[in-house]
Design a protein around this ligand. Sequence first.
Ligand code: MG
Length: 453
Amino acid sequence: MNMDPVIPKLFGTSGIRGRIGKEITPALALMVGRAISKYLHVKGCKVVVGYDSRTSSVMMERAVTAGILQGGCNVLSLGMVPTPIVGYAVKKLGAKAGVMITASHNPSPDNGIKLWNPEGMAYRQEQERNIEKIIHEEDFNDASWQDIGKIEDVSPVVNNYINDLLDLINIKPGIKVVVDCANGAASYLSPIILRKAGCQVVALNAQPDGFFPGRNPEPSAANLQELMKVVKATGANLGIAHDGDADRMVAVDEGGKMADFDKLLALVAAEIGGCVVTTVDASACIDRCMAEVGGKVDRTKVGDVHVAEMIHDLDASFGGEPSGTWIHPQFCMCPDGILSAMRVIELVQNKGPLSRLLDDIPSYPTIREKIDCQEEQKKTIMEKAEKELYLLFEDVLNVNLQDGVRISFKDGSWVLVRPSGTESFIRITLEAKTVQKAHMMRDHAAKFIEELL
Ligand code: MG
């Protein structure tokens, strides 16, 4: 039988990510660098490289840089920057690709590599497969000594980024904001930009440190207790927290309470209007908010790459995941936690306070559950769910099979059954108009799965 060899996957849902010294090594970074140069074909073309605040990031950046040079492309070096600046710089400087060394919100011992297109958008899956194939087959095309690439320091482009952001967002002086940078890549930048925009800024964890001494870089409620206290104690209008590489942000209201992720996304989406993109696991409150302003919501698979692709394909005005990874296509196709923060601040200044804006969005009872399921059973269960799950319910409006099975109902309720990509679970997520309906939907979906186990 003639079968294609199985090429091992390096890229997950958000680039290559793992533990330093195990999955992630300078040797791997060198090969990724050589593979990028090969993939781009043209010797001498430009590749932007940036890195976050991790202890391993400089080592990884030097290795990927060496690989790109070895392959004959030139490196435009940004130094330590938030991920969105890599996306921005690729487009601004006319580079053919971008590389960011980061593990986003993962703990200190991890790192990763994420790749960017000329339009500042994350690599699509097919492009990642091409890089994997080159590495697997060791099909490099290294330059001879005359054609080895060169490095150029392009860190001043950060000033362009700052000025372009300040041109785009109109914040008036006076609003007080606490910003928690997690000792990550935005540590110097986010507080400076917010100050330049006119905010009165209290900065927390705003010195880069790969040990993340202030807090874990995942911006979850458990990790943001200090931010919540400081917002309340200082009488600030709101708090902002970034993840390790600042492509994300979450907000805390003036009372020190974490803003509901779905409601915050819906609020900003409705403010921007038009056609917006979100993922299958996002609450229907975004549909309700968009309907009020005459806008439209399209849904795609979970993952910021998918959101970016759909924004691109539909020419949408905005898109995001409830996690706080939001893309503002009029600025860049890369999720941007600093720009997202500025949008929220602008909105709170014009229409706030934030707690009231969020309270005005009606919320439905929500259930999130996971059912243990072995990897080998996932496929059979999901195939059956695609065909039969909706038959258990009445008043079904439509069935979306992009990523798991998402059934929406005529009254605005919905249920999503989706296998976890990383763990041995099938997740049930749902939102229903009443508590009774929520329990009924949960029971139907759980019984359907359990009977197949
Ligand atoms: Mg991130």
